[in-house]
Structures are given as C-alpha cells and as structure tokens.
Ligand binder design. Structure first.
Ligand SMILES: Nc1ncnc2c1ncn2[C@@H]1O[C@H](COP(=O)(O)OP(=O)(O)OP(=O)(O)O)[C@@H](O)[C@H]1O
Length: 241
C-alpha cells in the first residue's frame, strides 16, 4: 500500500491484553481518507483500549495497525504523533497548572520548529477565540467545554492528518456538545480524517460516514451510520443514546 490508499488507518485482527484480560479481541475496521469513523459501545467495550493501541500507548498483543499505509509495529507513541496523528485523550489531560498558551507551547515542541509552532499557536487562538481571550489563564480554570477545545487545539499543533478523539463530549453541557460536534465537522471539511470514540451514539452517527459498534472487546456490527441507526436490535443492545 502507498500513501495514495483510500484509508488512513487500518486495524486488522487487533488484540489488546492487560495480563489475562483480553480487552480487545480480533477486531478489524478502518478510517477512510477524509472520513469520520465512529467507534461506539458501552463502557468497558474496549473502545479506549483500541484507540490507545492505535496511538502506540498500549501494546498490540496481536494483529496489525497500519497508519497511512504503513504498519506501526514497534513505532513509539511520539513517532506516531510525528507521522501525522493528533490525539485528544479521554478526560482531556490538559495541564491544569499551566496557562492556555503554555499548554500549546508544550504541545508544539515535539511536533514543529519554534517558528512553525508559534504560527500555529496564533492560528489556534483565532480558530478558538475563547482560548485567545484566556491565553494567560490557567487551563484548570477553563470550563469543561473550553478545556475540550484546548485539547483539540493541542492535538492540532502537529497539523495532523488523522485525529483520534476519545469521548470529546463527555460531561459537557448540551450546547457545548453541539459546539464540539461543529468543530469535528469543520475539521473534516478541512480534510482531517477522524476516529471518534463516543458514548453519544446518536450524534456520532450523524457526523460519521462509517460506524463500528463494540461489545465485550469484539465488533457487534459495523457499516453505514444510517444502517446501524436503523438496526433496532443493535441499538437496543449496545447503543443507549
Ligand atoms: N489498564 C488496565 N488494566 C486492566 N484492565 C483494563 C485496563 N484498562 C482497561 N481495562 C479493561 O479492559 C476492558 C476495556 O476497557 P476500555 O477502557 O478499553 O473500554 P471502553 O469501551 O473505552 O470503556 P470506557 O467508555 O469506560 O472508557 C474493560 O474490561 C476494562 O476494565
């Protein structure tokens, strides 16, 4: 496969284990170039483990992950980020005791020259004006939604081609959830491919062009969002929203 392939991410027969726990069991799916794949399922289904294995943070026990047509075996998490992957982890994981700007400075050091990083920081302040207004405020004082924007801005500092987002709407007020989903759609329009782990299945199915439903570490179903949304059995069993 080459960089011209139709998919930016291919997961094949992936297994993730924590000691004796087989958290992910032989799952296969992909993210199309320029597409949004939604990864859905109940708590504990294995979504975060899948995302973290793709990011190189937890080991792949068996199977294969390929990014931009290349297998990632033995690739370190920072090399995966530098290859064009942005990560918005569950719980945002921003540095609460640093300012908004300092969070972006830290994020930029690993992925860009100082000059490019400074330009991108200013782009982020323009894209998310609230971050511009609060650039010198401690990130820990931002609202949940603003912290999520900062987490997205941080992930964008490396100008990623693929964004891995883990539950970006978790714990946010409804209006802020809409804002975050608008941002997701905007990023896709700009050509960024997205793997979106979400507990808000209804919203995720609206923005995705492919959806994967996980249950007990396996894939319970995958396909076009409209087909999954219409699958009452799958919906009632695995998608609470
Ligand atoms: N570090 C760990 N050590 C042992 N078991 C783990 C670890 N992390 C996750 N697990 C287990 O692996 C399984 C899958 O968890 P995972 O967090 O991937 O699911 P999830 O679908 O993302 O759920 P959530 O929405 O709650 O994050 C669960 O049974 C969980 O208890």
């Amino acid at each position: 496969m080459t960089g011209q392939s139709d998919t930016v991410l291919d997961v094949e027969a992936l297994d993730v284990r924590y000691g004796p726990v087989r958290a992910v069991r032989g799952i296969s799916f992909g993210v199309a170039r320029g597409g949004i794949t939604a990864l859905l399922g109940a708590n504990g289904a294995g979504k975060s483990s899948t995302l973290m294995a793709i990011a190189g943070v937890v080991p792949v026990a068996s199977g294969r992950v390929s990014l931009f047509g290349k297998p990632t075996a033995k690739t370190t998490p920072d090399a995966i980020v530098r290859s064009g992957v942005g990560i918005c982890p569950e719980g945002r994981r921003i540095f609460a005791s640093l300012s908004v700007e300092e969070n972006l400075i830290v994020a930029g050091t690993a992925v860009a020259t100082p000059q490019v990083a400074a330009t991108r920081r200013e782009e982020m302040m323009e894209r998310f004006p609230i971050l511009g207004e609060r650039r010198r405020q401690l990130a820990g004082l931002l609202s949940g939604g603003e912290q999520q924007m900062l987490a997205v801005a941080r992930a964008l500092m490396g100008a990623p081609k693929l964004l891995l987002m883990d539950e970006p709407s978790l714990g946010l007020a409804p209006q802020m959830v809409d804002t975050i989903f608008s941002i997701i759609e905007e990023l896709q329009r700009e050509g960024i491919s997205i793997l979106l782990v979400e507990q808000n299945a209804a919203l995720a199915l609206e923005v995705a062009n492919h959806a994967v439903v996980m249950a007990n570490g396996e894939i319970a179903g995958q396909g076009a969002p409209a087909d999954l949304a219409g699958d009452t059995l799958l919906k009632s069993a695995y998608l609470a929203a």
